[in-house]
Design a protein around this ligand. Structure first.
Ligand SMILES: O=C(O)CCC(=O)C(=O)O
Ligand SMILES: [Mn+2]
Length: 207
């Protein structure tokens, strides 16, 4: 997966979202446009994308998107009833991880990749609050490709906030965000191109 020229001159100031009880920072154009294009292309081709099945109310359903999980060998992740064993770190995921670490000052040992092929691919409202993520995880989310609204829903007030995640952007969810909010990507009937999202996470070892 060696690709020279990725990740050049790509930094800007983050903006803090006005969400009560949360700590969310958004960096538009975190990656320069050309490198985001190149990264999207590389990930489409080089990642071993899988479509998982989950059990819901006794019925098997295809997850409406493609996924991949990379990280340190001991990072076993249980997610919506799935147990994912990681693929190893490869370029450019490792470089991207290191760049996320330098923005947040937190460490990551794994990344979940999601490929939304079209408007019918989605992710239901959920929180990244599995026990292995620990208390108040700092999640770094990189978006490439088509713009889709990212929805936050406050768990008690039900207040919603929609944020369009742009090509090459970085979203950091920290503090009490997972405790107070659900988030997700809805389906849309509009014609939209494909989108890849990467969420860098730190998984604590489980006994
Ligand atoms: O695609 C996105 O922006 C969200 C992904 C997400 O919430 C997750 O992987 O847990
Ligand atoms: Mn999530």
């Amino acid at each position: 997966m060696k690709q020279p020229g990725l990740f050049e001159n790509s930094t800007n100031e983050g903006e803090s979202l006005p969400l009560p009880d949360a700590n969310v920072t958004y960096y538009a154009n975190w990656l320069a446009h050309a490198e985001a294009d190149q990264l999207l292309d590389v990930l489409r081709k080089e990642i071993a994308w899988q479509q998982e099945k989950v059990q819901l109310y006794g019925k098997q359903h295809w997850v409406p998107r493609l996924q991949a999980w990379h990280g340190d060998p001991d990072c076993i992740y249980r997610y919506s009833g799935l147990t994912l064993k990681p693929e190893p770190w490869v370029f450019p995921l490792l470089s991207l991880k290191q760049r996320c670490e330098s923005v947040t000052g937190s460490r990551y040992n794994s990344v979940l990749l999601n490929w939304y092929r079209h408007g019918q691919d989605s992710m239901g409202l959920h929180a990244d609050n599995e026990p292995e993520l620990g208390n108040q995880p700092v999640i770094a989310s990189v978006t490439l490709g088509a713009e889709r609204p990212f929805i936050f829903k406050h768990r008690t007030t039900s207040q919603r906030h929609s944020l369009t995640l742009e090509h090459g952007s970085l979203l950091i969810m920290a503090g009490r965000t997972q405790q107070y909010y659900l988030h997700g990507i809805s389906k849309t009937a509009k014609p939209v191109g494909d989108r890849i999202n990467l969420t860098f996470r730190y998984i604590y070892p489980q006994e």
